[in-house]
Design a protein around this ligand. Structure first.
Ligand SMILES: *Cc1c(COP(=O)(O)O)cnc(C)c1O
Length: 411
């Protein structure tokens, strides 16, 4: 038996982020360990949803493009996100989805390294990242190819035929966190451009795009940034590359003067060139308001609390014997994002049984129970209760119940 050093209550009492939970509209009796998949609803976002629909759209109609700055939202929200990922203004734009944004950046990056025909990435990357490379390669023809590298010892696998190295900073399954600074530097030694996917980084811990000398990045906003289901994603293009950057989805919103209605495309010379069609104003407005929950909070404080929550989860799980049932497949804390992965053959049914008890986590094929730690609204008491519930499920084998075995379309 491991004795508790501090009780959950004591840890909550000295938690500087404890009051932030009040900024969210969370259902009662639910412990949410899935903010890494879909962040919960900030109250500020709820209020803005009503305001943008009823007032801005309903009353002010088309005048809102100017009156409520709808036209500038992609840049305004982009700069707000930039502030959370270590990018100074003018380098981040909010638009589209990660998938679409990868297509744009990869195409532009290949053009910037004309002699090179290889995109390098990892086989364990999130599938859409790999699929977008595969689709792009089909369009480009046989000259171009993808090279799959391992997540470990990346430097040794880099060669000067690679145009762009596309990596996700935190592995969506295991939580392994790559060293952005050193890998970017190793890539630059070979004149390789870097493209980082921040899906599980933005809003979870400090990211320093400018300081790490990153070339390009993409990320989504519905995970740790709590922007809402299908909220628009973002693109970072380092200022030094913007003059040469040319992406192929040449829609009118990325034109240097969209309202000149010229028949010839002339790209905007800034990160704004990444805009393609009309932005989804309602979703982006909600995201804009959702980001306000980060006001006055440092990413460092969020990261510190996440590490404490994770350590507390592991200690409690050991104490309750839960870890005897699972293998913990996440790497150590210093190379891990804000999540834990527990492997078990019955992980899907276990997750369903946990959800039935009001603890929401998720399952990632083939056998991972994935637990996300979002410190803005998760307490140590929540973690203690979640572990106790999981322990009951395992001891009583409640996951064997047929209703928990049935797979739903979204897992
Ligand atoms: C969640 C996630 C995505 C999602 O891509 P969308 O096109 O925004 O749906 C992409 N990449 C990674 C690494 C993710 O975790």
């Amino acid at each position: 038996m491991i004795n508790k050093v501090f009780s959950a209550e004591q840890l909550d009492n000295k938690d500087p982020l404890a009051l932030k939970v009040e900024a969210f509209s969370l259902p009662d009796d639910t412990i949410y360990l899935d903010g890494n998949s879909l962040g919960p609803l900030p109250k500020s976002a709820e209020a803005r949803a009503s305001e943008v629909v009823k007032q801005q759209w309903g009353q002010d109609l088309i005048t809102s493009w100017n009156k409520h700055q709808w036209i500038s939202l992609p840049q305004l929200v982009g700069d707000k996100i930039g502030n959370l990922v270590g990018a100074k203004n003018g380098q981040v734009i909010c638009c589209d989805s990660i998938s679409i944004n990868l297509f744009k950046v990869l195409s532009a990056a290949l053009k910037m390294r004309p002699g090179r025909k290889v995109i390098a990435t990892t086989r364990g990357n999130f599938p859409t990242d790999i699929y977008m490379v595969q689709g792009l390669l089909e369009l480009l023809g046989d000259e171009y190819s993808v090279r799959y590298i391992d997540e470990s010892n990346i430097g040794a696998q880099l060669s000067d035929d690679i145009a762009v190295l596309m990596l996700t900073q935190v592995n969506f399954r295991t939580g392994l966190k790559l060293d952005m600074q050193s890998i970017t530097a190793l890539a630059h030694d070979k004149n390789i451009l870097t493209l980082w996917d921040l899906a599980h980084s933005a809003g979870a811990f400090p990211v320093c795009l400018d300081d790490c000398d990153v070339d390009f990045a993409v990320g989504c906003t519905y995970k740790y940034l709590n922007g809402g289901p299908g909220a628009p994603a973002f693109i970072y293009v380092a200022e030094r590359h913007q003059a040469q950057y040319k992406q192929p989805l040449s829609g009118w919103m990325g034109h240097s003067a969209p309202f000149s209605f010229s028949p010839d495309y002339a790209p905007d010379s800034t990160v704004k060139q990444n805009l393609c069609g009309t932005p989804g104003v309602i979703g982006m407005s909600i995201l804009d308001a959702a980001l306000d929950v980060f006001d006055g909070v440092s990413l460092k404080a969020i990261d510190e609390k996440s590490k404490k929550l994770q350590a507390f989860f592991i200690a409690e799980a050991k104490r309750a014997g839960v870890l005897d049932y699972f293998s913990l497949v996440s790497p150590p804390i210093d190379v891990r994002g804000s999540q834990l992965a527990l492997a078990h053959d019955e992980a899907y049914a276990i997750c369903q049984a946990w959800i039935a008890e009001g603890v929401i986590a998720d399952f990632r094929a083939p056998n991972i129970l994935r637990i996300g730690f979002a410190p803005l609204y998760l307490s140590f008491t929540n973690v203690e209760k979640a572990v106790q519930t999981l322990s009951d499920i395992m001891v009583e084998k409640r996951y064997e119940n047929a209703t928990f075995q049935q797979r739903q379309s979204v897992t």
